[in-house]
Design a protein around this ligand. Sequence first.
Ligand SMILES: *Cc1c(COP(=O)(O)O)cnc(C)c1O
Length: 388
Amino acid sequence: MSIEFSDRLKALPPYLFKELDRVRDEVKARGVDVIDLGVGDPDRPTPAFVVRALAEAAADPANHQYPVYSGMNAFREVVARWYRRRHGVDLVPDLEVCSLIGSKEGLANFPLAFVNPGDVVLCPEPAYPVYRSGTLFAGGEAVFMPLLERNGFLPDLRAVPEGKLARAKIVWVNYPNNPTGAAASLEFYYELLAFAEKWDLIACSDAAYSEVTPRPKPHPSILEVPGAKARAVEFHSLSKTFNMTGWRIGWAAGNETLIRGLGLVKSNVDSGVFQAVQLAAMKALESDHADVAAMGRLYGERREILCRALDRAGIGYLHTDYTFYVWARVPRGLDSKGFCSKLLNDAGVVSTPGVGFGPSGEGYVRFALVQEVPRLKEAAERIASLKF
Ligand SMILES: *Cc1c(COP(=O)(O)O)cnc(C)c1O
């Protein structure tokens, strides 16, 4: 019997990091003390009070049965209160909020609710790959909006071909941005929503990193724009904010019809988030965010250490206060994969080639600030002593 993958699986781009993973393992096997700044996964544990809340809730049989796919009423109320407190945005919990099994799940499922075969979905690149794969799975056509340094790594909305816009259904944005660390202003969201209105698009914002900053206030939300709820939905996650990547909890919030469509897909493919996880997430969201602020400051300190080393090595990078990534320029004479190989072979430091996030990532590498200060200092020293 010959077993063939579906066309939609075959249409996915090859996994560009495979070769790099292989080289990393090879270098490790040689006995090199490898420092991994590759993965976008917080190194610190989830705050202890959240873990305790999970343990308590897990012991309660009331939480052992199927949850509702859209989330407990109490969870959605907490999310609405959180939006009010952090962003001054009002949401109707049972209509405008839906829980997600990690925001990735929502990003991937959302197009299934709104994209017909042949519809265009505008996706940034370089980017988290899910906007594109979710589009492909729904039979849509991903049209890329390059994020370029000269535009502050914001999409140039005027550069999107009108022929594509006529068939476009969704526009995706992600700020604070992975992989570049770039931020967007509230004015950008105003422009984006005006553009979306002009072309009758759904505006989707992935705000997974809005709280990952040493600044006292979060990054603005698209929902802060008056009238945004006419066509916008924002995807959020506890993964990066509370060091909870393994827990799988997030939410979508915004336009009622968009939330209902996503919920319809979800009610057919999943059965919601373990209630004990929802209850623990509620404790996290209702907390004073002291841990979140401390993590933001810690990432700021780590950023400083790596960036000083990059300065000494003559390597440029994007100055930012957001995310835990450093988006660095590849030195002259190398491409992004070549620079990553050099960092690995000559410094024992793992980074991610920008081109792995899309063609406009060529010429850059991404460092993730997910090692403790002494390890990061060691990595920084090794990078600073490289010769180009
Ligand atoms: C980490 C990340 C997420 C969050 O994923 P979860 O599924 O919530 O863990 C979403 N978007 C981007 C761009 C990310 O980097």
